[in-house]
Structures are given as structure tokens and as C-alpha cells.
Design a protein around this ligand. Structure first.
Ligand code: SF4
Length: 411
């Protein structure tokens, strides 16, 4: 981000004039206000010689009325608008592809750099529940991912880079804006009701940017979302779960996918570093920061159903044992095969039997409805057609061959 030079002159007009000139001269490019937290914006305006409350005014224009043109910010003086126009911008990542499914699912592909590997995807899934209509946005935190979970198409791409706060919150901004672009500014409202940090990347490995973005999601001058409706999903970066517990109150989900270390080491390799016992203990610590209003009443356990791999009755029994002291809700996810995936989707009967074992033991266990198949937006297909920049595709093919061989010999 460009640096801002503060000058100290007693004459306000001269000071502002001088400041503007200094800022313009110091800026190698315009400062993007989109990803700035309230504290950062307040400092920004103070450095400009303006009052702190300008921050909350501008935040509302950006995140509640989806305005990118300073000229439309009618409660800001003409002089300040002019100044902002010169040195700032409000810029979401460029949309290179958008697709809206018949079932209401929406998908965007954003370009966040040069080259075909610099793409991230965001998916919005609508649903009805007892609280009314929900619109849940699945947000990406990194370009690609280093963790290489064996069932995940994003892992196949390798890690490119972390997203900035503007690129993360820009996904939420764009999803809201997509419903409001034809609505007069004064009538615009926030439409997305829930966020899951569950798209491309491991959010806890881009900690600062993700934390800053989630703070904007909860901020009343930005999206004002309920902390129970903002969920961070992790594959299990244990020390960062503890840090998260100190820093913010949001819901936690774990991409578990296996009930024992041997299988999880294969499916979610970070398990070799932070095995299940450590992970479950970290979840328990996360929930102990309690309170009636806390988002931390339970952990959501994500479990992708892979045919013949993790869907046997004994896996359900192992899962019961593993979770017996952890308040949790379990979400079974039918696997969405993608080209060259080494796994298949468990049969409907197998998934229902698995669910019954968990429900009979008293767990709330749901089966995720597969949505957005017609636009390739279902979970696990987030990478789409981006180039394979590593040798992982080759390794993938080997795993497919091995898996097919095992299935063949098992008859
Ligand atoms: S499942 Fe998540 S953590 Fe694992 S490779 Fe995919 S994006 Fe990364």
C-alpha cells in the first residue's frame, strides 16, 4: 500500500492543500479503501487531517450501499470527495467469469494477478431454513493451496499466494453488489446472510488478512453480520486455532474427513503435523471461551463421503468415539468428482446409513445438498479450469491408478 505523508501546519487550508499534494506525490498508486478495517480507515482520515468519523461514513457507502464513486457519497463535503478521488479508489477484484445457476447458486471467478493461475472462485448458495432465506457465500483466502488434501481440486493447483484483505472482502462486496447493481443507491441493502471461509486455500495460513476481513464482516458500519453466521473452516492448523480464539468470536468448522490418523494422514496431510488428538483438544479449547452470545457453542465437522474410503460403518463408529467429548454438528458432504479425481462419491444408501449411526448416538448430522452442479460450482470443484502448475496432476494420475487397482483386486 502507498505511504501517506502527514504535514504539520497551523493553517488548516494550507495544511490540507499541502497534505493532498504530499499524498499524491507519495502515492505510487491509489490507496484501495475496500479492505481497510475501521481502525485503519480512521487512521487514514486522521493522517489526512480529517475527523475520525469520516471512516464510518465512508465504510457505510462502500459496504452497505456498494458505492465505488466518491462523487456519490452525498454526506461528504465536495472538497473531501475531490481529495479522495485523487488519492484513493474502491476496487474489488476483477470478475473474469460469472455464472448463475437455475437453483439460485451464483459463481464468480476473480482475477487477482497476471497469468492464468491467478484466479480465485467464490460461490453463493441460497437455502431456506427456519430463520428464513439464507444466502451463504463461500469465500477463498489464497490463490491455490499448499496443503494438498487428496480429494481436493484446489490442492492440485499448488500454492500461488495469499489474498489481501481487499481481495477477500471484495468477494463479499461483489456478491452483495450482484443483487443490487440495478437498485438505486438509497435503496440498496446487504443480501448475503452467511459467510464460510471455506473456498480456495487454508484461511489460517493467511491469518492476518482473514482476521481483518472477518472483522469487517462483523463491523456494524460494514456488513454487520452475526458472529454465528461467519464461519472459519480449517483443515486443522492447531496453533492458529488457539490464536483465533483470542482474537475474534466466530464459528469454527473443521475439515475432518477421516476418523483416524492413518486415514487422515492420507486425505488431509497436515494431520501428520497436527494429529487428531491435538486437533480435537484445540477445538475443545476454542469452545471454552464461552458465553451465551458466543458463536462458540459447537464446532461443525465437515466430512466428505468418499466411496469405499471413509464411509464404512466402522468409520462412523470411530467418529462417534472421536467426537464424544466435543460439542459438534456433523455435515456429511457427498463428494463431487472432478476430472482425474482418485475417488468416487459414496452411494446414497451408504451416506444415509452413516448419518443414521451418528444421529442415533445423539449428534446433529446433516447431509449437504449438492448444489450448483450445472455451473460447476459445487464444493471441491472450485479450481475449475486453471492450469496445473505443479507435478501434482501426474501424482494424481498415479493415485487414480492405484485406487482403481485396489478396487479391482477387492472385486
Ligand atoms: S481442502 Fe482446503 S486445505 Fe485441503 S487442499 Fe483443498 S483448499 Fe487446501
Amino acid at each position: 500500500m502507498s505511504s501517506v505523508v502527514v504535514v504539520s501546519s497551523e493553517n488548516l487550508d494550507e495544511k490540507q492543500q499541502s497534505l493532498t499534494t504530499s499524498v499524491v506525490q507519495a502515492a505510487d498508486k491509489k490507496v484501495n479503501l475496500l479492505g481497510m478495517s475501521r481502525a485503519e480507515l480512521e487512521k487514514f482520515f486522521e493522517d489526512l487531517g480529517e475527523k475520525k468519523f469520516r471512516a464510518s461514513q465512508v465504510m457505510k457507502w462502500i459496504h452497505q450501499f456498494f458505492v465505488t464513486d466518491f462523487a456519490e457519497m452525498s454526506n461528504i463535503s465536495g472538497k473531501l470527495r475531490e481529495k479522495l478521488e485523487k488519492i484513493c479508489e474502491i476496487k474489488a477484484p476483477e470478475v473474469v467469469h460469472r455464472n448463475y445457476s437455475k437453483d439460485g447458486t451464483r459463481k464468480w471467478v476473480f482475477r487477482v494477478g497476471e497469468g492464468e493461475g491467478s484466479l480465485v472462485e467464490t460461490v453463493l448458495i441460497p437455502a431456506e431454513d427456519k430463520t428464513g432465506a439464507r444466502k451463504t457465500l463461500c469465500i477463498s483466502s489464497q490463490v491455490g493451496c499448499a496443503l494438498d488434501c487428496s480429494f481436493c481440486s484446489t490442492g492440485k493447483q499448488g500454492f500461488q499466494r495469499d489474498l489481501t484483505p481487499a481481495e477477500i472482502i471484495g468477494q463479499l462486496w461483489m456478491a452483495n453488489y450482484s443483487y443490487m447493481e440495478d437498485v438505486p443507491v438509497a435503496e440498496r441493502e446487504r443480501t448475503v446472510t452467511n459467510v464460510v471461509m471455506m473456498g480456495m486455500g487454508e484461511p489460517l495460513l493467511n491469518y492476518d488478512a482473514v482476521l481483518s476481513s472477518m472483522r469487517l464482516m462483523l463491523d456494524d458500519f460494514a456488513y454487520g453480520m452475526s458472529k454465528r453466521r461467519v464461519t472459519l473452516s480449517t483443515s486443522g492448523v492447531v496453533p492458529k486455532i488457539d490464536q483465533l480464539a483470542q482474537d475474534i468470536d466466530v464459528a469454527l468448522a473443521i475439515s475432518l474427513h477421516a476418523p483416524n490418523d492413518e486415514l487422515r494422514n492420507e486425505l488431509v496431510p497436515i494431520n501428520k503435523k497436527y494429529p487428531l488428538q491435538q486437533l480435537i483438544a484445540a477445538c475443545q479449547r476454542y469452545l471454552t471461551k464461552d458465553g451465551n452470545e458466543s458463536a462458540r457453542r459447537h464446532v461443525t465437522i465437515e466430512y466428505v463421503m468418499l466411496e469405499g474410503v471413509n464411509d464404512h460403518p466402522e468409520h462412523a463408529q470411530q467418529l462417534l468415539k472421536l467426537l464424544k467429548n466435543l460439542p459438534s454438528k456433523i455435515n456429511l458432504i457427498p463428494f463431487n468428482p472432478f476430472p482425474h479425481a482418485p475417488y468416487g462419491r459414496s452411494s446414497r444408501n451408504r451416506i444415509i446409513a452413516f448419518q443414521k449411526t451418528l444421529s442415533d448416538a445423539g449428534f446433529v448430522c446433516t447431509i449437504r445438498q449438492t448444489r450448483g452442479d450445472d455451473i460447476d460450482a459445487a464444493c471441491g470443484q472450485l479450481v475449475g479450469q486453471v492450469a496445473d502448475r505443479t507435478r501434482r496432476a501426474e501424482q494424481w494420475q498415479k493415485k487414480v491408478a492405484q485406487r482403481q487397482e485396489i478396487l479391482r483386486t477387492q472385486g
